[in-house]
Design a protein around this ligand. Structure first.
Ligand code: UDP
Ligand code: MG
Length: 342
């Protein structure tokens, strides 16, 4: 099956993946060779080094020269760790190809699935083809429950439904990724943004492989914080809860007030005072604090957006084959690394 000359970029954010990069490059280059032969698609890769400190960058330079004859490699290095979501966006901003495939650097995303992504795009005409986890067996029961509740809550109110279990492993066509990268918010819950942009989207089930080396960078606490961020980024449900709670409290306390009057007039019992009063005051105080906190969360978000800082600072942006060529010809010192703000 031969198709027209499309270009596709892998976008791969990484943080301290020195032990995974050499194999990853092998796997990708082999894949690039296959799709070039079978579909006339030219693949390249944009790595985003999210502030690695384990020598990942040097390994990338060293390996690229020998391991990737079929694929050009570009590395954008951020000036520090900005988080995966920002790193992905920086990668997207650098892309110019007909489609991008976002993938993790730890080989948990099976590359064979990219063939299915390409089919979904070129044969079926989807703009977004994503992989979703078939099962969550690899996670503990608590995490699974939390995940289910979370998606139910967020989807009950967000204006675009977020697909549970679908992550960043996906293909986006040019118009889809251009839409995505134009979204101006600084606090980016990618999962939510993927749905928000719309277009025809298709999901493909998969089972992630075990991590080849190193450990996951997302602890339960980090995931929980990300989840909280997602809620306040995508729904105003918590703010509305304040109104509803206030209304319910007003009805209950109003009813209770009426009851005490009734009690006094018809039953003649003295108004029982202190304990009920204290409980009520404490309860209302607590409710107020909670909702002040929620408003604070949203206000914090507004502050971050209003400051309008760039999403990340790019320290360097290099094409490695270029570097290799210059190294060979001994003019490496003349390479100018351009710094850019995104
Ligand atoms: N990653 C990143 N910046 C971060 C954390 C992670 O670029 O701050 C990269 C990481 O190197 C990997 C991908 O994001 O390529 C997924 O991370 P990880 O495997 O730790 O997450 P998990 O697979 O557990 O969801
Ligand atoms: Mg992983």
């Amino acid at each position: 099956m031969r198709e027209s000359h499309h270009t596709v970029s892998f976008i791969i954010p990484f943080l301290n993946e020195a032990n995974n990069l050499p194999r990853l490059l092998d796997v990708m280059d082999k894949f690039a060779r296959t799709v070039e032969r079978t579909r006339s698609i030219k693949m390249d890769v944009i790595f985003v080094d999210d502030g690695s400190t384990d020598g990942s960058r040097a390994i990338l330079s060293a390996c690229t020269r020998v391991r990737t004859p079929y694929m050009s490699v570009r590395v954008i290095r951020l000036s520090r760790n900005f988080g995966k979501e920002v790193a992905l966006t920086v990668g997207l901003k650098a892309a110019t190809s007909d489609a991008v495939v976002m993938m993790d650097a730890d080989l948990q995303h099976p590359i064979v699935l990219v063939e299915r992504f390409l089919d979904g795009w070129l044969t079926d005409g989807y703009d977004v083809v994503y992989a979703y986890k078939q099962t969550n067996e690899d996670e503990g029961r608590f995490r699974r429950l939390a995940r289910r509740l979370y998606y139910r809550m967020i989807n009950s109110n967000a204006d675009a439904e977020i697909v549970p279990n679908a992550g960043d492993f996906r293909l986006l066509t040019r118009r889809a990724y251009e839409a995505l990268r134009e979204l101006p918010e600084r606090q980016r819950l990618m999962k939510g943004l993927y749905s928000w942009i719309g277009f025809r989207q298709k999901g493909i089930p998969f089972t992630p492989a075990k991590r080849e080396a190193g450990t996951s960078k997302f602890s339960t606490l980090k995931l929980a914080l990300l989840a909280l961020d997602g809620i306040t980024s995508f729904t105003i449900l918590p703010l509305r809860m304040a109104t509803w709670t206030g209304l319910v409290l007003a009805i209950i306390s109003g009813g209770y007030g009426l009851y005490t009057i009734f009690e006094k007039i018809f039953l003649g019992t003295a108004v029982p005072g202190y304990p009920t009063m204290m409980t009520t005051i404490a309860f209302i105080g607590a409710a107020q604090l909670i909702f002040l906190g929620i408003i604070g969360e949203y206000l914090g978000k507004v502050l971050v957006e209003v400051k309008g800082r760039p999403l990340a600072i790019v320290e360097s942006d290099e094409r490695l084959e270029e570097e290799a060529r210059l190294l060979r010809s001994g003019t490496h010192d003349n390479v100018i690394l351009h710094e850019r703000k995104w």
